[in-house]
Design a protein around this ligand. Structure first.
Ligand SMILES: [Zn+2]
Length: 346
């Protein structure tokens, strides 16, 4: 599975995708920027259109540049963008991957009727972009099965080679009335089987455990900004397991590493830990942030590598419990494995 590192235009450090950077991670093959951010920064938007996103970001030829249409930002801020401006941006900045404009994201708090309106608006936008490379978007919500039927009804949309799944963020954050994990999994599994021939992207995957889920569901690519968000809160990730707070940045609380976990961190081979060690992870300011972010992304990519290896070799089932020790998500992996077995028997 391709792990796409979500970037922020407001602070492009650490520049993990640049071979000349001290934070360079060679396993990183794709980055994502958001049109929502460009929309807020007209100068940067202009520059990216002039030179193209690849050159603007300094991304090497072998690394893919994904563009997010900013739907989540527009939902949150109430800000509005014009379709034609987005189209112009796509045409001139030339991302390798870009969704249609603009999907209307349902929130878990909405009634079914409201979620249906979001779906109708999103499907209308999908149909308006059934040409060229625009990727259709559908959302995890209570009426996901209706979404799937709506895509299948359109010959042009169902003929597209790619599809993207959104609204994982609100659903996985367990907002009130969020779809239960069971339902999310079953829906995801059904969507994946229905569109088994399509290249499927999932927007906004959080950390390690959700990466396991995506890999088990044969998702082709998933983006995450969790490596940066966690770093900003003083948090580092451990291989296979959860978040640990290593830098005391005041307002954030959480579990500190135990003795064994500190040792694990000490052995970390990521570019930041190799260079700066534990002190680097604990540091304040931009340096500490860059070290933790680099570390977190490296861990996520390493987890993706582990997943590819074990899923390809058929050894996942025997190893995931140990890998994800004590994760609260273990029952979810077990459930997906069950669903896969049942599907194979059918
Ligand atoms: Zn590290």
């Amino acid at each position: 599975m391709l792990v796409v590192a979500g970037l922020s235009l407001k602070n492009l450090q650490p520049d993990v995708w640049k071979p000349e950077s001290p934070y360079y991670i060679s396993a990183l093959q794709a980055v994502m920027v958001s049109y929502g951010e460009f929309h807020q920064m007209p100068k940067q938007m202009q520059k990216a259109k002039e030179v193209g996103l690849r050159k603007y970001l300094g991304v090497p030829a072998e690394t893919k540049v994904f563009l997010d249409n900013g739907a989540f930002y527009f939902l949150r801020s109430g800000d509005v963008a014009e379709r034609k401006d987005y189209e112009e941006f796509v045409e001139e900045a030339k991302p390798d991957w870009y969704p249609m404009a603009f999907d209307v994201i349902p929130t878990p708090q909405m009634s079914n009727a409201k979620q249906r309106r979001c779906m109708d608006d999103t499907m209308a936008a999908n149909r308006a972009y059934n040409h060229d490379g625009y990727v259709p978007v559908i959302h995890i919500c209570r009426i996901l099965d209706e979404y799937v039927r709506a895509v299948k009804r359109s010959p042009k949309l169902s003929a597209k080679a790619r599809i993207a799944l959104g609204a994982m963020v609100p659903n996985l954050l367990r907002a009130p009335k969020a779809v239960s994990y069971d339902t999310v999994l079953k829906c995801l599994f059904d969507v994946r089987s229905t569109f088994h021939e399509k290249e499927m992207h999932v927007f906004g995957i959080g950390g390690t455990a959700t990466l396991h889920l995506a890999a088990l569901l044969d998702i082709d690519s998933a983006d995450s900004s969790g490596w940066r968000n966690r770093a900003a809160r003083g948090i580092v990730q451990l291989p296979g397991s959860g978040d640990r707070v290593v830098a005391d940045l005041g307002s954030w609380r959480g579990r500190s590493p135990n003795e064994e976990e500190w040792k694990k961190l000490q052995r970390c081979r990521c570019p930041a830990c190799r260079e700066k060690g534990l002190e680097g992870l604990k540091a304040n300011g931009l340096a500490g942030f860059c070290n933790r972010a680099t570390h977190n992304l490296w861990i996520l990519l390493d987890e993706a590598r582990w997943l590819d290896k074990h899923l390809n070799a058929g050894t996942y089932e025997n190893n995931y419990r140990r890998r994800l020790d004590n994760s609260i998500y273990l029952p979810l992996m077990k459930q997906v494995l069950e669903m896969k077995k049942q599907a194979e028997q059918r």
